[in-house]
Design a protein around this ligand. Structure first.
Ligand code: GDP
Ligand code: IMO
Ligand code: MG
Length: 427
């Protein structure tokens, strides 16, 4: 059985957690392959709300093996806090497997993430402050600390010493902060070693065997296409590859093993943090949409920036991810609008762009070209088939499908597990 990759099509918070949960009963492994606890997935199961950051959403489905793969950056304190909180609510987390090659977020990287944002002032990225960027930078700089390092104290100490030689220069001389002691970092990491040990494995090998045995492997991206470090709105991005290709490097599975890419597209757009956002609404319509959609960050609680759907972005996501199926979420949040604008192109200094401009400055100056679609003005949360949807809601979906050039296989009409319309099988 080939692998499936699930990605976000916009700037995150599209409802990836709910979509993973939806596929839950038909999958054997759910793999987080990028990011860390910068992610925030809210999943509603049986009226109960679960907020997950580091753990893959599939952990809520009994029988599924959740995997934290090599491409993830792990804050061990957060990992065990999340596991304990789930166990306290009766969720069995005993099957979790963590890659020995995943990188750890040492406490100095959280400090550096936060102080460097303050230092940037106006030019800040608006990060989640969880130490994600500095930890990926260390990985590329070859001074990172990996999961396997905490099982050998002397190696761990050497690596922390080497990293701190650089980090303390930065902290003290550039940022005017106190130096961090080697001992405090080593002790902080070592306290988790015994609890972590039984969970650790070669997850690339594990997944390769699972695929050979015809088991279903779902790779769930954190963040989203436009937050991808290579293909997003750089520098206003996260520091990992959140597009489908990231599943190969981040989980150690080959491109030839993937035959399905599911992208989650919210029926409108949100963004957390800084950076360009052509359809952003700064008026009371935006405030209304934010309230209706409860668009406040799961991770940092920040109000999310909101705007209308942008199908230029949808087309781009379809292309760079090789999307086979889209899931449109939160269609119900548009129930009350008389007219629904959809951005189909941009205008930059009098020139029309039907595709994402390659130049960052053009994207910053992009003015949306809207097509106005009529609203349906009724509650769709009870709809369970495409035909149940009011005519204008059906038209909205068909219009978006045509614009993005890939089929829309499911439509979310509410936050609950069963509040979904399925048009094509996803597994
Ligand atoms: P993720 O980061 O992509 O997993 O998304 P988040 O969990 O941060 O944000 C998505 C939010 O939308 C969550 O609160 C979900 O419960 C909610 N949600 C997902 N799908 C739907 C839907 O179809 N309708 C409504 N009303 N809410 C949804
Ligand atoms: P999920 O998985 C939305 C944003 C941050 C910031 C930028 C860089 O819930 O969709 P980082 O801390 O990663 O270095 O911050 O990326 N960001 C997200 N925005 N949803 C997320 O995850 C995000 N993860 C990071 O707000 O702009
Ligand atoms: Mg989220």
């Amino acid at each position: 059985m080939p692998a499936i990759v699930l990605v976000g099509a916009q700037w995150g918070d599209e409802g990836k957690g709910k979509a993973t949960d939806l596929l839950g009963s038909r999958i054997d492994y759910v793999v987080k392959f990028n990011g860390g606890n910068n992610a925030g997935h809210t999943v509603v199961v049986g009226g109960e709300k679960y907020a997950l950051h580091l753990l893959p959403s599939g952990i809520l489905t009994p029988g599924v093996t959740p995997v934290i793969a090599n491409g993830v950056v792990v804050d061990l304190g957060v990992l065990f806090e999340e596991l304990d909180a789930l166990e306290a609510r009766g969720v069995d987390t005993s099957k979790l497997v963590v890659s020995s090659n995943a990188h750890l977020i040492p406490r100095y990287n959280k400090v550096i993430d936060q102080v460097s944002e303050r230092f940037l002032g106006q030019r800040k990225i608006g990060t989640t402050g969880r130490g994600i960027g500095p930890t990926y930078a260390d990985k590329m700089n070859r001074i990172g600390i990996r999961v396997q390092d905490i099982f050998d104290e002397s190696i761990l100490r050497q690596k922390v010493e080497a990293a701190l030689e650089l980090k303390n220069q930065l902290l003290v001389k550039t940022y005017n902060r106190r130096a961090i002691e080697v001992d405090e970092v080593v002790e902080d990491l070592l306290q988790y070693a015994e609890r972590l040990r039984p969970m650790v494995a070669d997850t690339s090998l594990l997944l390769s065997k699972a695929l050979d045995a015809d088991e279903v492997v779902l790779c769930e991206a954190g963040q989203a296409t436009l937050l991808d470090v290579d293909h997003g709105t750089y520098p206003y991005v996260t520091s990992s590859n959140a597009i489908s290709a990231g599943a190969c490097t981040g989980a150690g599975i080959p491109p030839t093993s993937i035959d399905r890419v599911i992208a989650i597209l919210k029926a409108f757009t949100t963004r957390v943090g800084e950076g360009p956002f052509p359809t952003e609404l700064h008026d009371e319509v935006g405030d209304t949409l934010r309230e209706i959609g409860h668009e406040f960050g799961t991770t940092t609680g920040r109000p999310r920036r909101v705007g209308w759907l942008d199908v230029v972005i949808g087309r781009y996501a379809a292309r760079v991810n090789g999307v086979t199926d889209f899931v449109v979420t939160k269609l119900d949040n548009l129930d009350t609008f008389d007219e629904i604008p959809v951005c189909v192109a941009y205008e930059v200094d009098g020139k029309r762009f039907d595709e994402m401009p390659e130049n960052q400055t053009d994207f910053h100056h992009a003015k949306p070209v809207y097509e106005m679609l009529p609203g349906w003005k009724q509650d769709i949360t009870g709809c369970r088939t495409f035909e149940d949807l009011p005519e204008n809601a059906q038209k909205y979906i068909l219009f978006v499908e045509e614009q993005i050039g890939a089929r829309i296989s499911a439509i979310g009409v509410g936050p609950g597990r069963d509040e979904i319309i399925q048009r094509h099988e996803l597994v």
